[in-house]
Design a protein around this ligand. Structure first.
Ligand SMILES: Cc1ncc(COP(=O)(O)O)c(C=O)c1O
Length: 369
């Protein structure tokens, strides 16, 4: 399969390890190994010490799949498969779709949620928010449904906008999908990162028989380096096909990552709560910051997730703005071109402890811009 370049990841590859500051990261600061191990019970430490560097079970260690299921109503480990998040997205699309299918995906979106579908050859429609307050209206989604629509792709909390659905809106999306017998692939990588006043949505796997939920340790847990993700669905046959496809990719998961993921899942609050605290504080700081910086003034705080898509009042393109900024200040921002989105925006990520320092430097820079 030929596939277009993943623009966002290529942009990160260029700057992530050379730029001094990352203002656009969607993950929170990574925790240290010693912090992860400090949360572990004696049994979990024994697992870690006794770990063997052999191959692991394709589906994921049963203990890991049980740890995952603490957060779902589904209770059989047959309904869970573990792999890296991007791999699970790639496999799911390939298992579910044929070139004659039509797919609706949220837009703007993390590029793999549209590009894999494109590469398979499917027709693609975009469910876009109605305005810059990033409200996704299910009535707009329904208008996009065709006779051959096979799949709806969701991503709430939404990267990059910080948009989220209400329970009623999610119910409506499920009603539409059920009526037309359509699968829902719900990328829930930012699950539980709820900083606004909205309440947490259930995973799609718990509320829809043709729903597939994707979550992992990268965002909510601050453990991107583990590369652990998982699918949960009521459709165990679909997962059998996912595992068979995985034989051509990673085959099985990294043994140390599986054990560290078990520890993280069993002690979620130790990872999640400091991240939520950091995101809330940084959103407040940014809200105050934009009032003094008209270039960024129409900022909508995210309802959920760790990022926001901030409109820029500038004459150049957002790509030129970002390129110039990283060169002059060492601050990397992701411009809207990396999301194939019209208009001028940068993504701002709120999960980093050095956010106040970055704002200080950004403020100085914008004064002279
Ligand atoms: C919406 C979404 N899905 C999937 C991923 C992939 O997660 P990972 O980087 O852990 O592979 C990301 C990463 O940014 C994301 O934002």
């Amino acid at each position: 399969m030929k596939i277009n370049e993943f623009k966002l990841e290529r942009y990160f590859a260029k700057h992530e390890f050379t730029a001094k500051y990352l203002l656009s990261s969607s993950d929170c600061d990574g925790y240290e190994l010693k912090y992860v191990l400090a949360q572990a019970t004696q049994n979990e430490l024994d697992l870690w010490e006794g770990m063997v560097f052999g191959y692991t079970e394709s589906e994921g260690d049963p203990l890991l799949r049980e740890a995952i299921l603490q957060y779902y109503k589904i209770k059989s480990i047959e309904n869970v498969v573990v792999a890296t998040p991007g791999e699970l997205n790639f496999i799911s699309m390939n298992v579910l779709l044929n070139p004659s299918d039509h797919v609706v995906t949220v837009s703007p979106c993390y590029q793999s949620l549209s590009e894999v579908v494109n590469a398979i050859g499917c027709e693609l429609s975009f469910w876009e928010p109605s305005s810059e307050i990033w409200e996704f209206d299910p009535a707009d989604l329904e208008k996009l449904i065709q006779k051959n629509t096979k799949l709806i792709i969701l991503n709430f909390p939404h990267n990059p906008t910080g948009g989220y659905l209400t329970q009623e809106q999610l119910d409506e999306v499920v009603r539409i999908a059920r009526k037309h017998n359509i699968y829902i692939f719900s990328d829930e990588m930012y699950h539980k990162l709820i900083t606004g006043s909205t309440s947490e949505l259930p995973p799609i796997a718990d509320v829809y028989e043709k729903g597939v939920s994707l979550w992992g340790t990268s965002k909510s847990f601050g453990l991107a380096g583990l590369r652990t993700g998982w699918l949960v669905t009521q459709d165990a046959d679909f997962l059998k096909k996912v595992i068979a496809y995985k034989d051509y990719l990673s085959i099985c998961n990294s043994a140390p990552s599986e054990i560290l993921s078990i520890i993280a899942l069993n002690h979620l609050d130790a990872f999640l709560l400091p991240n939520l605290e950091k995101i809330r504080t940084n959103i407040e700081l940014f809200d105050a910051f934009v009032t003094e910086n008209p270039i960024l003034s129409s900022f909508t705080p995210p309802k959920a997730g760790s990022t926001s898509f901030v409109p820029l009042d500038i004459k150049t393109s957002s790509l030129a703005f970002s390129n110039q900024m990283v060169e002059k200040t060492g601050i990397m921002t992701v411009p809207s071109e990396m999301f194939n989105h019209r208009g001028k925006y940068i993504r701002v990520g709120f999960g980093r402890a050095n956010f106040p320092e970055m704002l200080e430097i950004l403020g100085q820079y914008l004064k002279t811009y």
